[in-house]
Design a binder for this molecule. Structure first.
Ligand code: GLC
Length: 632
């Protein structure tokens, strides 16, 4: 990179050069390691260099200003006032223009980050909820067009709300232009995908591959008569895995990233990143090359659009997940955000078993107290099923059988386990491995649906407390809490999906209800109703979070041994003092000795959530069922 000598003022080109110099060491060495042996490597490298300059030149001035702002405030996404909300555009607001009219609603809750669920043009018919994309440069016509999209990101940005969109980089729809050309036999585009003339290699790969959707899309390859080829399809038949070993695919995806960045996207949710690299004899998940690719993609954004951060979606076990936030040589250079799947799984697990032992062990053993330039996306529910990512080793450390515990959780949350408070549905049942996952909304899984059906006021109270305790947990743990649309008004399971042909086979639609605006109105009018208490309680939690500087994600989260199986606790270690967060996972009263609390470096016993002092008669702080306290 030619460096300019002491410019008298900082112009656009100088800024670009400085950022290029900052991040090229993260980009080209990774690129070379991935593609050095490929005949097109040098050509594509030059094209990438030109591409980045082009997109920088075309970047709108307001976004260049945002780049600068974020360069000066690199921890913007780690601050406690960052609060996320996740929704389907049509189900939340009809279309993109509708979204603009709902920004007040989100602002009232303290939301500063919105995830527009898949909004790029999907294939027609079943599109896996929009994750089967046929055009990365067009908006789903049902939601509006690119101008509407830019207007929506601008309106959000004007209110300090960052927009996140999905970028599905592992596969395209089989209707994508690249796939159509491949299907027509164009050799350049055939090399964008992984295709095979006979089943020799697919059979060898299958020996070590898992199945993502065993019930509805068994196997990982699909035969096409017209092509006379097998195509790698990890997810559904209509989702063709891209060949990331081809540098041209890397180039195309960088271009798509920069294109979306210049439309005002601030967070790119890189979908299914564990699957990017294939290696014979492995599960073809989380291979080392995935991290090289992700570091290189990250570097390209740091050069052209540093306002943009990356959320990596890798729903895997603890040890496998952390590298997506950058470990070892990738430390601080990979994802800025990754879903904290383990925290979510452990929350539901401890709620069912009324025992926090496994949670304390798992979260305390596998996760470092703090991360470099990265943090978690914390959540209780999302649009996907819950897979019981509890390893046999972790279960074994507590004297549990992993398989038995996972089975228990599925039975508990589909509601069949005797005494269960939950209502949900199984997803992805794999007869061979015995694995089963769960669908259901936060409220229904937490017991509200059953309690309302049974008109059991006590059970309603307990369900509400579970929901609020969970949200107090994800709001304080460290990271951006993501509220899943409708959870703030305790929306119940939506069984209507069974009547929709493209959805009926996929129980995940159970927890993708339409937003109920009448229910919002009612919740506000009747703050003592179930929905009213959840909305009020959640808003109070989020407000308290935004006002608590100690919850900045850069401060360590120390998981604590309480010695009490009902309680889960951690301390947030800010330089100005610690905050002790304690959660009661049982429907019975518990207590916490003041001596133990003092040992954690917390003295005055002020609870931030209730904004009151915690009384401690006889040196014991009493904790009601499903209590949540943040003690300063
Ligand atoms: C991600 C999405 C999921 C989708 C899959 C395939 O895991 O969250 O909904 O089915 O990717 O794109």
């Amino acid at each position: 990179m030619p460096r300019r000598a002491a410019p008298s003022s900082v112009d656009d080109d100088t800024l670009f050069d400085l950022r290029y110099a900052r991040a090229e060491g993260d980009l080209w060495p990774m690129y070379d390691r991935l593609y050095a042996g490929h005949p097109d490597a040098a050509k594509v490298r030059d094209a990438l260099d030109q591409l980045m300059r082009r997109y920088w030149n075309a970047r709108p001035a307001d976004l260049k200003l945002l780049d600068l702002t974020r360069d000066l405030e690199p921890d913007w996404f780690q601050k406690p006032d960052r609060i996320g909300y996740v929704f389907y555009i049509d189900r939340f607001a009809g279309d993109l223009r509708g979204v603009e009219s709902r920004l007040d609603y989100l602002g009232d809750m303290g939301v500063t980050y919105v995830h527009f669920m898949p909004c790029l043009k999907p294939r027609p018919g079943d599109s896996d909820g929009g994750y089967s994309v046929m055009d990365y440069r067009a908006i789903n016509p049902a939601y509006g067009d690119m101008a509407d999209f830019e207007a929506a990101t601008r309106a959000a940005r004007a209110r300090g709300i960052s927009v996140c969109v999905d970028l599905v980089i592992n596969h395209t729809a089989k209707e994508h232009d690249w796939a159509l050309k491949a299907r027509a036999g164009d050799p350049a585009y055939l090399d964008y995908y992984l295709t095979f003339e006979d089943d020799t290699l697919p059979r060898q790969y299958e020996r070590s591959l898992l199945e993502v959707f065993p019930e509805t899309a068994p196997g990982n390859f699909t035969w096409y008569d017209d092509m006379q080829r097998w195509v790698w399809t990890s997810f559904n038949e209509h989702q063709w895995d891209l060949n990331w070993a081809n540098p041209q695919v890397f180039f195309e995806m960088v271009e798509v990233m920069l294109f979306l960045a210049n439309k005002g996207v601030e967070v790119l949710r890189l979908d299914a990143v564990a699957f990017l690299w294939k290696r014979m004899g492995t599960r073809c998940q989380s291979e080392p090359e995935c991290h090289m690719l992700l570091q290189a993609l990250r570097a390209a954004c740091r050069i052209v659009c540093p306002a943009v951060i990356h959320l990596e979606e890798a729903i895997v076990g603890p040890e496998e997940m952390l590298p997506y936030l950058g470990r070892g040589e990738h430390d601080g250079k990979e994802g800025n955000l990754a879903y904290h799947n383990s925290l979510m799984v452990q929350f539901w697990s401890a709620l069912a078993s009324r025992d926090t032992g496994l949670m304390t062990h798992t979260l305390g053993t596998h996760f470092p107290p703090a991360l470099t330039n990265a943090t978690y996306a914390t959540y209780l529910r999302c649009h996907d099923d819950i897979g019981w990512a509890v390893t046999d080793e972790d279960a074994g450390a507590l004297g549990l059988s992993g398989a038995a515990h996972r089975r228990f959780l599925s039975e508990f949350y589909d509601g069949s386990f005797p005494g269960s408070f939950a209502k949900g549905a199984l997803f992805g049942v794999n007869e061979e491995t015995g694995d089963a996952r769960i669908s259901g909304t936060c409220a229904s899984l937490a017991g509200l649906e059953r309690a309302l059906e049974e008109q059991d006021a006590e059970a309603v109270n307990r369900a509400i407390d579970r929901i609020l305790m969970g949200h107090a947990l994800i709001a304080s743990f460290g990271g951006i809490p993501l509220i899943y649309m409708g959870d703030e008004i305790a929306l119940l399971n939506d069984y209507g999906y069974l009547d929709i042909a493209d959805h009926a086979h996929d129980s995940r639609w159970l927890h993708r209800p339409h937003m109920d605006w009448a229910a919002v109105k009612a919740a506000r009018a009747q703050p003592q109703s179930a929905a009213g208490r959840v909305l009020g309680g959640l808003t109070a939690i989020l407000t308290a979070r935004a006002r608590t500087p100690e919850l900045h994600a850069k401060y360590a989260t120390d998981i604590l041994e309480t010695g009490r199986p009902a309680l889960f606790a951690f301390a947030r270690r800010a330089p100005t003092g610690s905050i002790l967060c304690v959660f009661n996972f049982r429907e019975t009263w518990q207590s916490l000795p003041t001596g133990w609390v003092a040992q954690q470096g917390v003295r005055d016993g002020h609870d931030i959530l209730s904004d009151g002092a915690l009384g401690a008669p006889d040196g014991q702080i009493p904790l009601p069922p499903y209590a949540r306290v943040w003690i300063r």
